[in-house]
Design a protein around this ligand. Structure first.
Ligand code: ZN
Ligand code: ZN
Length: 429
C-alpha cells in the first residue's frame, strides 16, 4: 500500500503546488480592497478615450514601479506592461486590463461622476467609463500588489498587460485595437497563458460567468454594392433594377442562418443596417449600396457565413442581370476560450466564487479584443458580477449607456480570482 500512496501524494502536491497561496491572497485582497475602490473612483472621474489614456497609464506605471515591477510604457501608444519575476522558475502568466473610456455623457449623481467632455467625430460629448474598464484597471493594479507581495514564492512570472483602445480606434481609415497592436509588438511571445475579466452590470456581485470555446462573436463589416442599369421608373424592362435585386439579396441572406449554419452548435447574425439607392420616385437608379454587420462564433463558422454571403449576393444579382460587389472587412475575431485551459481552471473559479456562484454564460454576440491574445496563446476570459445584490438584470442600465453603474463590492472577487489564476496555473505546470 505504501508504495501506492506515496506517488499519489507526490502527484497531488505537484498538480496543486501553489494553491496553498490562496489564503495569503484572500488576506491581502481584503487589506487592499478599499484602496482599489479609491483608484477606481479616481480613474472613473478622469476617463480617457482610446489611445489617449495618458493619465491612467501614468497612474498604473507609477504604482507598478512602487511595487518593484519592471515597467514598459508607451506600448501600442499608451499601453503599460509590467513584468514580475517570480522567485522560482516556471511559466509566464499574463493578466490583462483595458483602460479606455467611451464618448458617453454620464448621468446619475455619483460623487465621483465624470464631467469630462470632448469632441468626438465632430460632436460635443461627455467621456465616461461606460463599459467598466476603470474597474478592470483598478482590479489589476490590486492584483499586481497582491502578487508582488508574494513574488519570492511564485513558481513563474507574471505579465500585467494594461492595454489601450479596447473599443477600437478608427483614424485615417485605419481600424485597430489595443490588443491587436500589442500582439503585433510581440507582447504574447514569452507568455504561456493569458487571463482577463470583464465586469458585468447585469450580473450580480459575487458571480463569475464563463463559456468554454467560442464565447463572444467575431465582428465583420459587410458592404454589398448592387450594380444595375438605370431606367425610367415607368419602363423597368429597359434597365436592370438594383432595388428589386437588393431586396432579394436582403431576404436571401437570412437563409444563411436558417439553412446553412448549424444552429445546434453556435448562433450567427447577419444584419443589414442601411440601404442607399435612388433619388426620385420615377427613376430606377444605377446602383444600391447596403452595409451591415456579421457576427459569428469560431473561424470555421465565420468562413462559412462569409462564403454564403458572397454566393447569395453575387448569384441573385447575376440571375437578375445585375452585378453584386461584396466587401467584407474583418474586425474583431471571435473570443474563444481554450477548451483545455478552461476545463483546468473551472476549479479555480469555484474556489474563488463558490460552486453556486459560477455559471456558464450563453454566447454573446458582442465582441471583445481579448480575442487577439487568444489567437496567440491559450486564454480564458471571464465575466465578473458588478450588479447590486438582488438587482434586476432586465432593468439595470446596460454597458455603453449614460446610467451604466457598477457596484464596487464586486471588486474583491476580481482581485481574488485573477490572483488565483496565476498561482493555480503555476502550480499545474
Ligand atoms: Zn464596451
Ligand atoms: Zn468593455
Amino acid at each position: 500500500m505504501k508504495k501506492l500512496i506515496l506517488p499519489l501524494f507526490l502527484i497531488s502536491t505537484m498538480a496543486f503546488g501553489q494553491t496553498n497561496l490562496r489564503p495569503q491572497i484572500d488576506q491581502k485582497a481584503s487589506e487592499i480592497e478599499s484602496k482599489v475602490i479609491e483608484w477606481r473612483r479616481d480613474i472613473h472621474q478622469n476617463p480617457e478615450l482610446g489611445n489617449q489614456e495618458f493619465r491612467t497609464a501614468k497612474k498604473i506605471a507609477d504604482h507598478l514601479r512602487s511595487l518593484g515591477i519592471e515597467v514598459k510604457e508607451n506600448m501600442a501608444v499608451t499601453g503599460v506592461v509590467g513584468y514580475l519575476k517570480g522567485g522560482k522558475p516556471g511559466p509566464t502568466v499574463a493578466l490583462r486590463a483595458d483602460m479606455d473610456a467611451l464618448p458617453v455623457t454620464e448621468r446619475g449623481d455619483l460623487p465621483f461622476k465624470s464631467t469630462v467632455t470632448t469632441v468626438y467625430n465632430g460632436q460635443e460629448t461627455g467621456v465616461m467609463h461606460a463599459c467598466g474598464h476603470d474597474t478592470h484597471v483598478a482590479i489589476l493594479m490590486g492584483v499586481a500588489e497582491i502578487l508582488a507581495s508574494m513574488k519570492d514564492q511564485l513558481e513563474g512570472n507574471v505579465k500585467f498587460i494594461f492595454q489601450p483602445a479596447e473599443e477600437g480606434i478608427n483614424e485615417e481609415g485605419v481600424t485597430t485595437w489595443g490588443a491587436k497592436q500589442l500582439v503585433e509588438e510581440g507582447v504574447m511571445e514569452d507568455v504561456d497563458a493569458i487571463f482577463g475579466l470583464h465586469i458585468s452590470a447585469q450580473t450580480e456581485v459575487g458571480t463569475i460567468g464563463y463559456r468554454p470555446g467560442p464565447a463572444q462573436a467575431a465582428v465583420d463589416n459587410l458592404e454589398i454594392i448592387v450594380h444595375g442599369t438605370q431606367a425610367h421608373g415607368a419602363s423597368p424592362w429597359s434597365g436592370v433594377d438594383p432595388i428589386v435585386t437588393a431586396s432579394q439579396i436582403v431576404t436571401g441572406l437570412q437563409t444563411i442562418l436558417s439553412r446553412s449554419v448549424n444552429i445546434t452548435q453556435n448562433p450567427a447574425v447577419v444584419t443589414i443596417g442601411a440601404i442607399h439607392g435612388g433619388i426620385r420616385h420615377n427613376i430606377i437608379p444605377e446602383k444600391v449600396e447596403m452595409i451591415g454587420t456579421i457576427r459569428t462564433f469560431g473561424d470555421e463558422q465565420q468562413a462559412l457565413v462569409h462564403k454564403r454571403i458572397t454566393e447569395i449576393a453575387t448569384n441573385i444579382a447575376e440571375s437578375a442581370g445585375a452585378r453584386a460587389e461584396v466587401n467584407i472587412q474583418k474586425l474583431y475575431p471571435s473570443t474563444v476560450n481554450d477548451l483545455e485551459l478552461t476545463a483546468k481552471m473551472v476549479p479555480t473559479l469555484e474556489a474563488a466564487a463558490g460552486k453556486d456562484h459560477v455559471r456558464v454564460n450563453p454566447p454573446v454576440t458582442g465582441a471583445e479584443d481579448f480575442s487577439f491574445y487568444q489567437r496567440e496563446k491559450p486564454g480564458l476570459f471571464i465575466g465578473l458580477g458588478g450588479m447590486k445584490k438582488g438587482g434586476d438584470p432586465t432593468k439595470t442600465p446596460s454597458h455603453h449607456t449614460p446610467d451604466f453603474y457598477i457596484d464596487e463590492s464586486g471588486f474583491i472577487l476580481g482581485l481574488r480570482v485573477m490572483s488565483y489564476f496565476v498561482v493555480d496555473y503555476m502550480g499545474m505546470k
